[in-house]
Design a protein around this ligand. Structure first.
Ligand SMILES: [Mg+2]
Length: 385
């Protein structure tokens, strides 16, 4: 009997919507690198010939990924032209073509990656965590406190702890004395049982970092104990791998790479050097789930645990991340609270995120999130077909 060629049953990408989502922050958020007051994200909606739609979000961050919203919006259109007419289920092939066509642009490629995984899971009629082989669980994210006066940060910390938050991520990096006062004041306000995670966003040099971390460890609990200072994220400039290694050898507090690690190549080099204790995986840096899985696998092989962090993702990007977490037990620290930057939620569906940091997944196919129709309507948009 003559059988039809299998390609006859494969869907093809028929249309791609590229949306520039603009969303004001509820209040300015300060870190050592910048102050953020507005989000401009790339939303990709990939339509296929079976009538299904996969949705993804990317957060261009000039100061980390080197993308501006305007350049990401243009880059997304070039990628779209590359993908039209091709099979969206061949994720390995599609992402490889995109990377070979135009390097970097990691948050733009992330939006496509998340949309392709969402579409694949919808074809399988499975929630994304199940497609990835994971087990659904309730996640507990830290809440992040931006740079402010020590007293104001301590007041925010107290409010979070009273609300049931179990871990706080504290932005530091304005100078030795103020950073020391900041962490000590927050510890007093938060109490002993709350895990503190520091993030210097590249602001220190080696001597400053070692001085601060040594002083904090003497003042605080034993590092890595539940409720102690768990980790210090990116104390040094992103390029200083050797400095991270020297600091890690002498620091009493665990060291995490964030801006230093984008992809599996960075992960391999950092692991080979023994430069850090943790990797902070962000989908905007790893160009999505495909790259994140590779970084996590390298971490797992090297005995390096991971955090899943974020830029300023809405519930859309965070939902995709939450599904990934259910499939990656080596990612033990969750920093997902970016949707709280905004007063408005432009997303329908997706995870349920409580202000105490508790994230609950649904069993809808894919990651379950989409941009609300009125937000699609009112945003700057290009359709490629
Ligand atoms: Mg960070």
């Amino acid at each position: 009997m003559l059988r039809p060629h299998p390609d006859m049953f494969m869907p093809i990408i028929t249309k791609i919507e590229i949306i520039l989502l603009s969303l004001p922050f509820a209040q300015p958020f300060k870190i050592a690198l910048t102050v953020m007051d507005k989000a401009q994200h790339i939303i990709i909606r990939i339509h296929d010939s079976d009538g299904l739609v996969g949705i993804g979000e990317g957060v261009p961050a000039r100061f980390v990924t080197g993308e501006a919203p305007e350049t990401a919006f243009e880059a997304a259109q070039l990628y779209a032209k590359l993908l039209i007419g091709k099979n969206p289920l061949e994720i390995e092939a599609r992402l490889g073509e995109m990377e070979r066509f135009m390097l970097k642009n990691t948050s733009t490629r992330c939006a496509y990656d998340l949309a392709l995984y969402d579409l694949l899971a919808k074809h399988a009629d499975l929630p994304l965590y199940a497609l990835l082989g994971g087990t659904k669980k309730v996640l507990h994210s830290n809440r992040t406190i931006g740079i402010d006066t020590p007293a104001a940060m301590a007041a925010t910390a107290k409010k979070h702890v009273e609300n049931g938050v179990i871990a706080l991520k504290i932005k530091v990096g304005t100078g030795r004395d103020e950073d020391l006062e900041r962490v000590r004041t927050i510890r007093e306000a938060a109490g002993a049982g709350i895990a503190l995670r520091l993030d210097a966003n590249q602001a220190w040099d080696e001597i400053t970092a070692l001085t601060i971390l040594t002083a904090l460890a003497e003042n605080d609990k034993v590092p890595l104990d539940p409720g102690g200072i768990e980790v210090c994220e990116q104390p040094l400039p992103y390029w200083n791998f050797d400095g991270l290694k020297r600091l890690r050898e002498r620091s009493p507090i665990a060291i995490m790479a964030d801006e230093s690690i984008f992809d599996a190549h960075d992960a391999f080099r950092l692991a080979q050097m023994g430069a850090v204790d943790y990797f902070n995986i962000k989908l905007a840096k790893s160009a999505g789930i495909h790259g994140a899985l590779k970084i996590n696998a390298i971490g797992e092989a090297a005995g390096i645990r991971c955090m899943l962090g974020g830029m300023s993702e809405t519930l859309l990007g965070v939902s995709a991340g939450a599904h990934l977490l259910c499939a990656c037990p080596n990612i033990t620290l969750y920093d997902l609270d970016s949707p709280f930057h905004f007063n408005e939620n432009p997303v329908s569906g997706g995870v349920d995120f409580q202000s105490n940091g508790t994230v609950t997944l649904t069993d809808a196919p894919g990651h379950g999130a989409d941009l609300q129709p009125d937000w699609i309507e009112r945003s700057q948009k290009v359709i490629v077909e």
